[in-house]
Design a protein around this ligand. Structure first.
Ligand code: SAH
Ligand code: SF4
Ligand code: F3S
Length: 455
């Protein structure tokens, strides 16, 4: 899985370990890629504590849900799941349920005020999980939502829960020091801290030794990575050199912080994929200022121009919020026109959702009516569909390099994988295997995928 929509549900699991002695944990993951990687860290911590991971909730002694708070609907989905876990507990009263991650951090003790949740644990306290689980065995509830200035879990090798073993995430930093007015992340994940680059390289080499073919370096704002005199561009070069046979991706870049050095390193190393996720949020300078994004429309477009100059075939994707506080029709039109100017290959698009205690919630009124938010979001989505189709049409008749990731969801006879530009390609299987890097001639496309044949 690549750039995942925050709030989207991903069930992560590995094959059950056939050891009847061991207690079993089941983990369900919501939210961003960082959460997917955190669940793998949690799995490693619990395996060390004697647990086996199961994908069958019905046989689990411990049910964990790794949560997201980024928008209200992400939290509502989790409340729905908790009701389901209540049923599970009715059937088997000795099962423990833990809420972990961003919602645990945001809602703290209040999550324990029901007879479903036994454990609440925030993103920086996962090492405490075995102790808290033990506590629940004697009927108590357990909570640890302390945030840390140092925790990066850098000594823990995540247990890769992805079944195909081709792509993996490495978190290179945690937390965020920005205060984008709409965003809850700095409150749920705490201050920014970078991880020792040596431990990043160690984890990368483990992945390579285990046959992984692609790594995505993760951080809320990778461009502010810093460890002694190693900055993000340096780390990227170190990673590209340490695993020359692996593809390298990264996410997320902040327009105010992305340097030309990063672009030059991308251009220098063939194994760094030509694709940048550069969330714009809005095309209106007035709204960007209220959002505290610290760049103007013009500065953002200049970044795009520089990217295109240094890496001509770079795909660019973005995040957009429709209907932020005070957004006028003109501001919205500025977003649409910026999208066209940027010519995005892909976008995640959201309706603004006020989050309690954020700067926007404290300072501004959430005053764009729901029906206008929906109308604007629909226009944004429709425009992006056109832009994505235009981007895909450009690839027709060309030959692209694809890393085969999985069997196609639609047909067992097809495989799917991604180009360097992160475009999904579907093609007939023939003699290819998952994990192969293959050349595909593009013969057809939709706005969502490219279709092709092996050459
Ligand atoms: N660190 C990343 C984004 C993290 S959250 C960055 O700086 O871009 C992922 C995306 O969720 C954001 O880019 C934003 O588009 C969206 N988002 C965050 N808070 C939101 C809110 N309150 N309402 C709607 N969308 C939101
Ligand atoms: Fe949130 Fe802004 Fe930090 Fe991204 S950079 S996580 S949007 S505060
Ligand atoms: Fe959600 Fe937390 Fe990620 S709020 S988007 S899971 S950092």
């Amino acid at each position: 899985m690549h750039i995942s929509s925050p709030g989207k549900r991903t069930i992560t699991s590995i094959r059950p370990v056939f050891d009847r002695e061991k207690p079993k944990m089941y983990i369900e993951t919501y939210g961003c890629q960082m959460n997917v990687n955190d669940s793998e860290v949690v799995a490693a911590i619990m395996q060390k504590a004697g647990y086996a991971v199961t994908k069958d909730i019905g046989e689990a002694n411990l049910i964990l849900v790794n949560t997201c708070s980024v928008r209200d609907n992400a939290e509502q989905r989790i409340w729905g799941r908790l009701e389901y876990f209540r049923q599970e507990k009715k059937k088997r009263p000795d099962v423990s349920v833990g809420v972990i991650g961003c919602m645990a951090e945001r809602l703290k003790e209040s999550l324990l005020e029901n007879n479903i949740v036994d454990i609440v644990i925030g993103p920086d306290a996962y090492r405490d999980l075995p102790k808290l689980v033990e506590k629940t065995e004697s009927g108590q509830k357990g909570i640890n939502v302390l945030l840390s200035r140092e925790e990066t879990y850098s000594d823990i090798s995540p247990v890769r829960l992805d079944k195909t073993g081709v792509t993996a995430f490495i978190s290179i930093m945690r937390g965020c020091n920005n205060v984008c007015a709409f965003c809850v992340v700095p409150y749920t994940r705490g201050g920014e801290r970078s991880r020792n680059p040596e431990t990043v390289i160690r984890e990368l080499k483990e992945l390579s030794a285990n046959g992984y073919k692609e790594v995505t370096l993760l951080g809320q704002n990778v461009d502010s990575y810093s460890w002694d005199s190693v900055y993000f561009a340096d780390l990227l070069a170190m990673v590209a050199e340490a695993a020359p046979d692996m593809r390298v991706r990264f996410s997320t870049s902040h327009p105010k912080d992305m340097t030309d050095n990063v672009l030059k390193i991308m251009a220098k190393y063939d194994n760094i994929c030509n694709c940048i996720h550069l969330p714009v949020q809005s095309g209106s300078t007035a709204i960007l200022q209220k959002m505290n994004r610290k760049y103007t429309r013009e500065e953002y477009l200049l970044r795009i121009e520089t990217i295109r100059k240094i890496i001509p075939d770079c795909a660019i994707s973005t995040d957009i919020i429709a209907g932020f506080c005070g957004e006028t029709q003109k501001d919205h039109e500025d977003t649409l026109s910026l999208m066209k100017e940027a010519g995005y290959d892909f976008a995640y698009m959201f309706k603004y959702s006020e989050r309690p205690n954020t700067r926007a919630a404290r300072q501004f009124r959430d005053d764009v009516p729901e029906e206008i938010k929906i109308k604007r979001l629909t226009e944004i989505i429709d425009l992006q569909s056109e832009l994505s189709l235009t981007s895909h049409k450009k690839d027709l008749d060309s030959i692209v390099e694809v890393l085969v990731e999985d069997i196609s969801k639609r047909s067992e006879n097809d495989l799917c994988g991604r180009t360097s530009q992160n475009k999904m390609v579907i093609f007939p299987k023939e003699n290819c295997n998952i994990g192969d890097l293959v050349k595909i001639k593009i013969t057809d496309c939709t706005q969502a995928t490219l279709k092709g044949i092996l050459i």
